[in-house]
Design a protein around this ligand. Sequence first.
Ligand SMILES: Cc1cc2nc3c(=O)[nH]c(=O)nc-3n(C[C@H](O)[C@H](O)[C@H](O)COP(=O)(O)OP(=O)(O)OC[C@H]3O[C@@H](n4cnc5c(N)ncnc54)[C@H](O)[C@@H]3O)c2cc1C
Length: 408
Amino acid sequence: MSETNTFPMRQAINWTPTRAAGLIRLEAFLPNAGYAYARTRNVDRGPEDRSNVSALSPWIRRRMITEEEVVAAVLERHSPSAAEKFIQEVFWRTYWKGWLEMRPGIWDRFNHEHDPLSAALGSDRKLAAAMRGETGIEAFDHWARELVDTGWLHNHARMWFASIWIFTLRLPWQLGARFFYDHLLDADPASNTLSWRWVAGLHTRGKHYLARASNIRDNTLGRFDRASGLDESAPPLTEDEPSLPALARPSSGGRPTAARVALLLTEEDLHPESWPLEADIIACAALAVFPVHPGSPAAEFSTGALADALARAQSRFGAEGRLVVADEIADWARSTGAAEIVTGFAPVGPIARYLDAAEPRLQEQGQRLVRLQRDWDKRAWPLATAGFFKMKAQIPKMLAESGLILPR
Ligand SMILES: Cc1cc2nc3c(=O)[nH]c(=O)nc-3n(C[C@H](O)[C@H](O)[C@H](O)COP(=O)(O)OP(=O)(O)OC[C@H]3O[C@@H](n4cnc5c(N)ncnc54)[C@H](O)[C@@H]3O)c2cc1C
């Protein structure tokens, strides 16, 4: 066993929450985004070596760098077949967002179930040990501490961790999902909630993900070779209500029509430079959300990302900018005097809820909230009606429509 569990952890990635830092990371990763990624991406080499994966999720999640930009950059370096696996992974994010957008009840249900479970198990020792990394399962304990210390975990570690949480420790998946959501730099309602449900066997019903000691050993380069005591034969979870909520239509955003508009930046889309804007931008604001753990890596990334986006918007559009909290949206909007408040489309999650709550007051003030939906989402989300395969099959067509590859 190597000495990887000494804290604070040394990290390969510079998690500076600016677009510029994300672009530097993208440039460094590009040579590895082709066949090498497809071959090696499942290996978790530890926080000191992230060369086999992009580690771009905190930037992409907020669209400080857009999916389209990342895919375009990868296709400039690699052929479509060499880049196929990487591009498919990028579309997993899109798939989860589209899937949840059509089934908002799953997010409501998660929140509804979480609070009573949290109240009932608030002082549970097993739960506290899991979150502190003191279960005695060495690999799991490492990841719990890595998550809290750094705010990031490799995808395979997330799968193993969630599986051990659910099937070996037999803790409610909802509490694990919230633990991730509260600490991840890339915390995302769709990717996180639905990935936990996928591991549990609730997404593809009856098909769950079981962490195996041999798989952990092989894919951590032997860093964790004694993950004994895992339940490797637990059955999938089931839900009381077997049928999924009825499909809602994915909502579509509008387009600004006024001559003078104000921009409201949120962590759902922090690249206003690529929004289709022709109007005069007379003011900007960034919506700050109170962090669950002030001072944590995730809270610092959020704060920095908003400040970075606001600074970029001010410099690009030459408009005044400030931070607002949810309750201040309507007052700020009125103070701008703009006929339209333009924001990036917020898919299901807390930010969409803040916007929904502010919208009636904006209307009373005679101001229209314009939620700009990107073509990337418009093309892909309607394909998220069932499993990922349906979207995957359409990736070449969507890339051709975006002008990123030639039509087949
Ligand atoms: C239990 C669990 C919880 C998760 N919670 C989140 C979350 O809150 N936020 C989040 O962004 N991702 C989440 N993921 C998905 C995935 O683990 C991360 O997106 C990925 O590890 C990011 O690492 P990377 O940037 O190096 O990805 P790469 O492997 O380099 O992939 C490139 C990009 O593709 C996207 N991507 C890759 N894999 C996935 C995936 N499985 N699902 C969605 N998008 C993907 C990301 O934008 C990523 O940056 C979760 C996965 C699991 C199993």
